[in-house]
Design a binder for this molecule. Structure first.
Ligand code: GCB
Length: 603
């Protein structure tokens, strides 16, 4: 799906702001047709934001089930010349949308965009009402998975296999945009380059889909807006002489301006769509991860879209601030743990030259983790009543949707299909085989991986052969050998040795390692939870990483403290942050900064 871009043929109107909102704890809204008239008893609710932390009402914070949003908008006075599209950046987890009581869209999956052409449902120059039903319930067939249970008091509670809080609501911007009847509907760009005596020539292969168009032409513009190449036709290859490559740390971007018309000699309506791209290559070879043919070492973090009050709501101030912090620290990359991030974040990573591991929302496909979260008997994960063929199909659709959204971002160098799934059984191999194939079919140009959990040790792991890299989340010294760093180091080294044997030639990337750390807790004995222990634990991991050329990156857990459900291992959330939730640095931030700035100079 194309991003929203304004152009000479497209206008964009934001619908962000304060909407009206109502919980629907008994799920009566649909039967009572809340979409047909204004909501019966609404309260104000900002968009974008999670609704959970906006009020101080526990019933809002802990709500399980549907909730409704509503606002008015105005149709453009010249509607008819153009079409009008209503687009949501994300609604978590499931959405139904009505315009003046007519259903126009349904979408499942809380972290990807969807849109509806509403031209036929509105009148030029007139107000109309938008109603959205948001459902935060997860099931065995949703991505991520979860299930509903009843607690001892008979209340319905949502269970899930990940620790971050199940924030919900309209999390990203809502816009109305116009586009001509003839319209660009998809653009795919693949880049390469060749260096010869005359310099480096970029090769840009493009494919355009355009509804109703008989004639397509494209113009490539450099970052200053100067034309550097052009071509006719909906598909082709262009050359950019003396190309500026997109590099980690230097995000040079070109624009492929796509023009689609009804006929070659003009025609009343032309659509112009500006698609940004960078020229760069990604290759995995001989235990190395190469960007533009150069070995790349990932320095950074797993992150979350999470902050005070707004929960998972996208916030440009916070986004820019977080990138400032990452750059201050000498980081060059992050993983979109554990779901696709806002399109604005991906655009911004392109611009700033940050390297991104793009992860699906398939977190917690692993009931072995259940012991730690809920107690009770283990649930057989891959089974008719749990993760089944429907889940697998939803997962495949989600992978395709993610790749369709993010395929043109130069920042994305690797797809992560799941975080910590079951990976040590025959059933897990059967589950992942078609998913890896779906990802490769949707994008034959980027490596594909999944993130492995401690229980998927190299001797038992079954699925790594489907993938290009080994990504490991490891908690030696924290969940295992807590506080005992010599034992942790021995375990870590033994496991790395075993991976090198199990997956020869595949680069190894540490996608999580860390220790919960209470900001301000100091300890002369340097024990767990103190700032000193976090420093020591990371220093131990870094010493080990430096001893292995097969290790191509360190992304510690987590960039910042974040909100979780409550539990005996969580003190006001997950505290493994380099920064606190309000972005103050812990002691470790300065220590790691010295290391990463040193590495930046030497790479
Ligand atoms: C993990 C998960 C991550 C958790 C982390 C922790 O392995 O991937 O989502 O937050 O452990 O701190 O427990």
């Amino acid at each position: 799906m194309l991003s929203v871009r304004a152009s000479s043929s497209r206008t964009v109107t934001s619908l962000d702001g304060v909407w009206r909102f109502q919980l629907d704890p008994e799920d009566r809204g649909q039967a009572e047709r809340w979409f047909a008239t204004p909501l019966p008893a609404p309260r104000p609710m900002p968009v974008p934001a999670s609704y959970n932390d906006i009020t101080i009402a526990p019933e809002v914070h802990d709500h399980v089930g549907p909730a409704w949003y509503e606002r008015e908008a105005v149709a453009p006075h010249n509607l008819g010349e153009d079409r009008l599209v209503l687009r949501f950046g994300s609604v978590t987890h499931e959405a139904r949308v009505w315009v003046d009581g007519v259903e126009v869209a349904q979408h499942t999956g809380g972290y990807l965009p969807f849109e509806a052409d509403i031209t036929d449902h509105v009148t030029a120059g007139r107000d109309f009402r938008i109603t959205v039903r948001v459902d935060n319930r997860l099931s065995w067939q949703s991505i991520p998975v979860g299930f509903l249970a009843e607690d001892a008091q008979g209340r319905t509670v949502q269970r899930y296999f990940h620790d971050f809080f199940n924030y919900a609501g309209i999390h990203r911007s809502v816009v109305l945009y116009t586009r001509p009847w003839i319209a660009v509907t998809d653009v795919t760009i693949v880049t390469d380059y060749a260096t010869g005596p005359e310099g480096t020539a970029g090769r840009v292969t493009y494919t355009v889909e355009a509804e109703g168009a008989e004639h397509v032409h494209v113009v490539v513009k450099d970052a200053a807006g100067a034309e550097v190449a052009h071509a006719e036709g909906a598909a082709g290859t262009l050359t950019i002489d003396n190309v500026n490559l997109w590099q980690p740390g230097s995000g040079y971007l070109y624009t492929l301006e796509v023009h689609a018309r009804g006929s070659a000699d003009g025609g009343a309506s032309e659509d112009v769509y500006p698609q940004r791209f960078g020229v760069r290559t990604v290759t995995v070879r001989d235990s190395q991860f190469l960007i533009n043919g150069e070995p790349f070492y990932f320095r950074g973090y797993g992150r979350h879209e999470d902050n005070l009050v707004r929960g998972k709501g996208h916030d440009p101030a916070l986004m820019v601030h977080d990138f400032e912090l990452m750059e201050w620290q000498g980081a060059n990359s992050f993983r979109t743990s554990h779901y696709p991030y806002a399109e604005e974040v991906m655009d911004y990573a392109d611009e700033r030259g940050f390297v991104v591991i793009d992860e699906t929302a398939a977190v917690g496909l692993n009931t072995a983790i259940i012991g730690g979260f809920f107690g009770g008997d283990p649930i057989p994960l891959f089974s008719e009543d749990h993760v089944n063929a429907h889940t697998q199909a939803a997962h495949a659709d989600h992978i395709r949707e993610l790749i369709a959204r993010d395929k043109n971002h130069p920042c994305v160098v690797l797809w992560s299909l799941a975080n910590e799934p079951e990976s040590n059984t025959e059933a897990s191999l059967r589950y992942f085989e078609p998913l890896a194939a779906a990802a490769r079919e949707a994008d034959p140009t980027r490596p594909v991986g999944y993130v492995n959990v401690m229980m998927g040790q190299p001797a038992q792991e079954r699925v790594v052969d489907l993938f290009d890299v080994v990504m490991l989340n490891r908690y030696y010294g924290w969940y295992v050998n807590n506080g005992d760093l010599p034992a942790a180091e021995a375990g870590l080294r033994a496991e790395i040795d075993a991976w090198i044997e199990r997956a020869p030639g595949k680069p190894i990337l540490f996608t999580e390692y860390g220790a919960d750390t209470l900001s301000g807790m100091r300890d002369l004995l340097r024990r767990p939870w103190s700032e000193e222990f976090q420093v020591d634990l990371l220093a131990m991991y870094h010493r080990v990483f430096d001893a292995y050329p097969q290790i191509v990156g360190e992304q510690m857990w987590n960039f910042a403290d974040f909100q979780t459900g409550t539990g005996t291992t969580r003190v006001g959330g997950n505290k493994k942050g380099m920064f606190t939730r309000s972005r103050e640095p812990k002691q470790n931030a300065f220590v790691v900064r010295d290391r990463w700035l040193g590495k930046r100079r030497s790479h």
